[in-house]
Design a protein around this ligand. Structure first.
Ligand SMILES: Cc1cc2nc3c(=O)[nH]c(=O)nc-3n(C[C@H](O)[C@H](O)[C@H](O)COP(=O)(O)O)c2cc1C
Length: 354
């Protein structure tokens, strides 16, 4: 019996199995609004049988965007555009989730296909970060956040969480990974603050944990809260797995239901030993040492590989990104390979593998 295709319940939410769509920026929004691209893109993954369809990193404020094409949830006016897509995903039997994000010093950039460079001055905005260290040479330095900036971002996260609920989302994920704002606070390589939001582990974790507490209050009790972390910066003197375990415990204490275990993204030149399943040991260690459910991500591409990750207790679910861009029907195909039962959309039943 497939463990990958066994159901999972977190709080009041039932997942039909454990193949989740990893958040993937499409850089295709205007003014933060999702449109028909997002409906077709995310809707296809729901039709393809995914259990959770996670919307991409969605900015909690305009200056929290990576690029002008990012999704946003900083205005009540955004809610309706999400609801249409959320309703479609639910109608396919999938759970809709959203990743809330603030890019910090990695914001104000062009889309990747426009070059991925800093925006020209007429389109650029001032980024904010724990301190004034730029992400990379040639990128304008961010403004170090003062008390008012911290308050503004805390409020932006909680307001966006409330809007996500109104839009009908059933999973909320806080983005603390990939070198974006909350990761910038966590890592000693990007947080050189001298106040109570820097210094030792407790200081660097303070702001991400404050946001987690506030979001947990704003997000309904019966709905699960995930956090994506980078389990390591892959550099000496950076964030590492031991700190991730400590953070995961602190997040669990604050009502986080699943740690989504990615890595890297803080420094442009970190040597990352990418290979099949290379981040799975992070999910395994955090799960074993904290008892908190984890999600594994990163170069998980084969059904048997995904099955082994769940069946051997390395993680409770797998997130897939590029494999699901190549093939939105990956879950239907994998269920067939693993001889698991996963209903096809009735409209497609004549094409079912037999
Ligand atoms: C097009 C694209 C966009 C991405 N956008 C996000 C994002 O919005 N948030 C995030 O946490 N990770 C993002 N990622 C990282 C993926 O979620 C995933 O962690 C990474 O691609 C490794 O998984 P894979 O080997 O299955 O692709 C993105 C990846 C891709 C390919």
């Amino acid at each position: 019996m497939s463990q990958l295709f066994s159901p999972l319940t977190l709080r009041g939410v039932h997942f039909r199995h454990r193949v989740f769509v990893s958040p993937m920026c499409q850089y295709s929004a205007t003014g933060g609004y999702p449109d028909s691209w997002h409906l077709v893109h995310l809707g296809s993954r729901a039709v393809g049988g995914a259990a959770l369809v996670m919307f991409e990193a969605t900015a909690v404020s305009p200056e929290g965007r990576i690029s002008p094409g990012d999704l946003g949830l900083w205005d009540d006016a955004h809610i309706g555009a999400y609801r249409t897509i959320v309703d479609f995903i639910k109608a396919q039997g999938a759970v809709p989730g959203i990743q809330l994000a603030h890019a910090g010093r990695k914001g104000s950039m062009q889309t990747p296909w426009a070059g991925g460079h800093p925006l020209p001055p007429e389109l650029a905005w001032t980024t904010v970060a724990p301190d004034n260290t730029a992400f990379a040479p040639g990128i304008p330095p961010p403004k170090p956040m003062d008390d008012n900036d911290l308050r503004t971002v805390r409020t932006a996260f909680t307001s966006a969480a409330q809007r996500a609920q109104e839009a009908g989302f059933e999973v909320l994920e806080i983005h603390m990974a990939h070198g974006y704002l909350l990761h910038q606070f966590l890592s000693p390589r990007s947080n050189h603050r001298k106040d109570s939001y820097g210094g030792d582990f407790a200081g660097r974790a303070r702001f991400p944990l404050e946001i987690t507490e506030m979001v947990r209050v704003a997000w309904p009790e019966h709905l699960p809260l995930f956090v994506r972390i980078s389990a390591t910066d892959w550099v000496d003197g950076g964030w590492d797995l031991d700190q991730s375990v400590q953070l995961a415990r602190n997040l669990g204490d604050r009502g986080v239901d699943l740690i989504d275990c990615s890595s890297g993204g803080l420094l442009p030149d970190a040597p990352i030993p990418a290979g099949p399943g290379y981040q799975v040991p992070f999910a395994q260690t955090i799960r074993a040492r904290t008892g908190i459910p984890t999600g594994a991500i990163g170069l998980i591409t084969e059904p048997v590989q995904a099955e082994q990750i769940v069946a051997t207790g390395q993680a409770d679910a797998v997130f897939l990104a590029r494999a699901l861009l190549r093939d939105p029907y990956w879950p239907l195909r994998a269920a067939h390979t693993l001889r698991a039962e996963l209903p096809w959309p009735v409209q497609y039943e004549r094409a079912k593998f037999r």
